[in-house]
Design a protein around this ligand. Structure first.
Ligand code: COA
Length: 226
């Protein structure tokens, strides 16, 4: 990690409101207040029940427990979830890697909270600055499904990608048979752009993925017409 990246991460973690204020300001209708910000640093309130925040090391135990309890459910569509027996050290390493990726301006994972409970994760898998695009991924604990949490969270990350990061394109890649995930992309108005055959190895077989895309201009049109 270069010196500049370390400085940014240090400021984010130890709280310089001016830096933090620029974070998660998805729309001008939801101005950030630095005083409200202080008690729950680096968090973004979507509604009374739902909040997003950057993963921190102190979340490792909760995240480990959520992944362990929901192993079968998440694993069905997530190639990265390998062993059922999860060690806290692996989860701590994941959080550290995530913070490093964030400091390097290369993507980051966000924790989804529902009524104070850790519910799942949403992330920018990468930030491609050359082509000004990203890909969003997500998962929820089984009992947190059906509440629209991922759809709401996607809206925040899409707004942030286009309005703050000034990206031009957001993608979602869904397994052809992952109907719930595809429904989320479709509800958000993403265009189905094609199927990449056998493009991912999922534990013991190849999976065809549908590529959904949203352009900055299309997102602005959709949100202006509301
Ligand atoms: C994908 C995931 C995040 C969806 O969670 P969710 O948004 O709470 O899911 P919901 O149960 O609300 O379903 C989303 C939509 O799909 C619809 N849906 C559910 N089952 C469906 C099915 N079998 N066929 C078609 N649509 C379906 C729901 O009705 C809902 O649409 P609606 O809001 O218009 O009613 C969650 O299932 C998950 O974590 N899965 C495991 C990990 C994963 O698949 N990650 C995505 C990898 S691309």
């Amino acid at each position: 990690m270069d010196v500049r990246a370390k400085q940014i991460l240090f400021k984010m973690v130890f709280g310089f409101p001016n830096v933090a204020r620029g974070w998660f300001r998805p729309t001008s209708s939801q101005p950030f207040d630095s005083y409200q910000m202080m008690p729950a640093m680096f968090s973004y309130k979507i509604d009374e029940d739902t909040k997003l925040s950057l993963f921190e090391l102190r979340h490792a135990e909760k995240l480990n427990a959520l992944l362990t309890q929901n192993y079968e459910h998440i694993r069905e569509w997530s190639a990265w979830l390998k062993d059922k027996e999860r060690h806290i050290e692996n989860t701590q390493e994941f959080i550290k890697r995530n913070l490093k990726q964030f400091a390097e301006n290369n993507g980051f994972g966000i924790c989804i909270w529902y009524k104070g409970e850790m519910a799942g994760q949403i992330e920018y898998n990468y930030l491609d600055w050359t082509n000004r695009k990203t890909e969003i991924g997500y998962w929820l604990g089984e009992s947190f499904q059906g509440k629209g949490l991922v759809t709401k969270s996607c809206r925040v990350l899409i707004d942030y990608a286009f309005n703050s990061l000034k990206l031009n394109r957001v993608e979602m890649h869904c397994g052809v048979e992952n109907k719930k995930s595809r429904k989320i992309a479709e509800k958000l108005g993403f265009r189905e752009e094609g199927v990449i055959r056998q493009s991912g190895w999922l534990h013991d077989h190849f999976v065809d993925y549908v590529i959904y895309g949203m352009l900055s201009s299309e997102w602005k049109d959709k949100n202006q017409s509301k």
